[in-house]
Write a new protein. Sequence first.
Length: 299
Amino acid sequence: MGAAARSSTGDTASPVRELVVPDPSSSVRWHQHDWPHPLARWHHHPEVEVHLVRESSGTMMIGDYVGPFGPGNLCLIGSFLPHNWISHLDDDEPVRNRDAVLQLDQDRFFAAAEKLPELESLRPLLDDAARGIEFGGRSAEEGTAALEAVQGTFGLRRLAAVTELLSVLAESPESDRHYLDSHGGSYRLDVEETELFNRALNHITDHLADRLLLRDVADEVALSRDAFSRLFSKATGVGFSRTVSRMRVTEASRLLRTTRLPVAEICYRVGFTNLSNFNRQFRAATGTTPSRYRRLNQH
């Protein structure tokens, strides 16, 4: 993929579990960060996260889900559900404040619900967050505005802003929800495993157009084939081959939406070796052909 892809992963050591430093003056943590950034990598944490991508498009990985994202992508990520957003760029310029993030300790909210019954209405939403939810339609628009409104608030005003955001998401209709992970977040990698997986993911992202064999990527991270296969199955729930195929289809869908490149060129650019297999894999993942997908989605 060359310069068109930039991965958040790398060889710099960083723990699998992001340490979310609590704010003693608030029940939640709101922050924003650039791309690339040390926090923008495959990781998980006990806090529930509301995540907004303001700019750029690329591939998001939530548990065993791999799919496209673009500006305005708003997701709710459950406790310990691994996640990552990989921006695909045509230059080396960083994306300033790409992400706006709100993190909260759901146990604190459940404990508060015992005293404040109004908060009990959040329980179904936080339970559903275990699979990861991507919001669309009016819920995404209102949720984005509510998340941005948390920035710069303090005290009771912050609590009111957070309550408004969670209310919007809790009241969102099913038609505005896309549930992502199929296992409900049952993935746990230790520190060493996550470092290895991030290195493998970095290599795959940077070489998506090349021939990617399990043994070669295993060699890249100094693992035996069996150990590497087990690592990928544990990390993604679907294994190496299906993960690579999903990443290729996701990048193809981005190119179909944002460029006028011929379908055949996109096929080979994302790493498929023949059109028939590309069409078959694309239809299996999206429910339609590349040509029809382009007609329905090109900007």
